[in-house]
Design a protein around this ligand. Structure first.
Ligand SMILES: Cc1cc2nc3c(=O)[nH]c(=O)nc-3n(C[C@H](O)[C@H](O)[C@H](O)COP(=O)(O)OP(=O)(O)OC[C@H]3O[C@@H](n4cnc5c(N)ncnc54)[C@H](O)[C@@H]3O)c2cc1C
Length: 373
């Protein structure tokens, strides 16, 4: 009898895992806490890497569909200082090895590729326990429970599955993000939008930055990044959104108004997002029938641009191993050996990039970083 597989979390990692299993005739159920595919905007662009994200998408048999999502011309990168002076300008490359796609569209592609009923929406895992006879009992917040022989935690940063394997918890990196947008296409802020170029603008200085991406249809999304203690975040009051945005913009005193307009004029729902990371090089001992993929296993800051790419790669790698090996434990052991090696490298790079991005040498450190890649 085929073992029952429960995947917790319908992010890019869990969905890729389910897709590759299904493509090989192996059934799995994905339990997702959110009520539907559209509960939360998935916004933001991802550049998909040759050695990780693209490999996963090919393994999932979705490469042709993926190519229709690529946003040509949006991979341009520009680095400026606080005055808006251009220090690095990389034009768009139509044949880029790292094409940009919208995260929501990529997630939708994966969701639509699964057999109907594979994803159980509105199933937020509340607790999980090992059964003495083997396998696990998963209990969901809305009261139902289910059993599974194999459980894969694809439930992101605050994974409820991870404590079965390790007591490690994410730690605040010292940098927080505020999401920003000019959804109307910035009609009133033409000069600011033009300053972006055709892709992503990064205005950086020690301890802070304004990042803005211009979509082909003209609208702009981005982030403000600030190195601040968690107590500072609690002092920002978005009860009056414009007043909250002005408080954040005050941190950019002396910066070009072309840049601060991305903060003060933002029409995104204002919320501060502290960037957390799991310890670099996190590993655990094998526990029968359970493992992790993606952020649940190796949450890292976004500064290596690898988190989503690795989540998909983990999903595809684990699924391939489970399909090929009759012995589940041998499959999980082989998967975890590779997982630890690749995620340790990426987490290390990401932590160093985060330090460099907003460190004392910024913006020159960012110019050097992009000049190298
Ligand atoms: C600002 C920012 C920018 C980024 N930019 C990039 C980039 O350019 N390139 C890149 O590769 N990566 C980027 N990342 C990282 C990337 O977003 C993550 O690494 C990636 O989304 C991880 O995918 P995942 O499937 O592991 O987890 P997630 O995407 O977090 O998905 C987890 C899923 O599990 C569900 N879930 C959580 N708890 C439960 C529960 N208890 N029960 C059931 N379901 C649950 C969640 O609702 C969610 O759907 C960025 C991250 C941030 C914060």
């Amino acid at each position: 009898m085929q073992k029952t597989i429960a995947i917790v979390g319908a992010g890019l990692g869990g969905l890729t895992l389910a897709r590759v299993l299904q493509a090989h005739g192996v059934a799995a159920t994905v339990y997702e806490g959110e009520a539907s595919a559209t509960t939360r905007a998935q916004g933001g662009l991802l550049d998909i890497h040759e050695e990780t994200g693209k490999v996963a998408i090919r393994t999932a048999g979705l490469y042709d569909e993926f190519l229709t999502l690529v946003r040509p011309g949006e991979d341009a990168k520009r680095v400026v200082d606080r005055h808006g002076t251009i220090l690095f300008d990389m034009p768009a490359d139509p044949g880029s090895a790292r094409p940009e796609v919208d995260r929501g569209e990529l997630r939708r592609l994966l969701i639509d590729s699964l057999a109907p009923g594979t994803i159980r929406w509105g199933h937020k895992l509340a607790s999980i326990r090992h059964r003495p006879k083997g396998g696990y009992v998963l209990t969901f917040a809305e009261g139902s429970a289910t059993r599974a022989d194999i459980v894969i935690g694809a439930d992101g940063a605050w994974s409820k599955v991870r404590p079965l394997l390790t007591p490690a918890e994410p730690v605040y990196s010292g940098t927080c993000f505020l999401e920003t947008a000019l959804t109307s296409g910035g009609q009133n802020h033409r000069a600011s939008v033009t300053a972006i170029g055709s892709g992503t603008l990064m205005a950086v200085a020690p301890g802070k930055g304004i990042i803005a991406h211009r979509y082909a249809d003209g609208h702009v999304r981005g982030y403000v990044a600030l190195n601040k203690p968690e107590t500072w975040m609690r002092s920002i009051d978005f009860g009056d959104p414009s007043a909250g945005l002005r408080q954040v913009a005050d941190e950019f005193d002396g910066w070009s108004p072309l840049l601060t307009a991305f903060v003060t004029e933002s029409d995104a729902e204002p919320w501060l997002r502290p960037i957390y990371a799991l310890p670099v090089g996190l590993e655990w001992d094998r526990v029968p029938g359970v493992t992790l993929v993606g952020d649940a296993a190796h949450l890292m800051s976004p500064f290596a641009g690898e988190g989503a790419n690795l989540a998909m790669y983990d999903g595809a790698d684990l699924a391939s191993e489970l399909v090929e090996q009759l012995d589940t434990e041998a499959a999980l052991t082989a998967y975890e050996e590779r997982l630890f090696a690749r995620s340790g490298d990426a987490a290390d790079r990401s932590a160093r990039n985060l330090e460099g991005f907003f460190g004392r040498e910024a913006p020159q450190s960012v110019v050097t970083l992009f000049g190298r890649s």
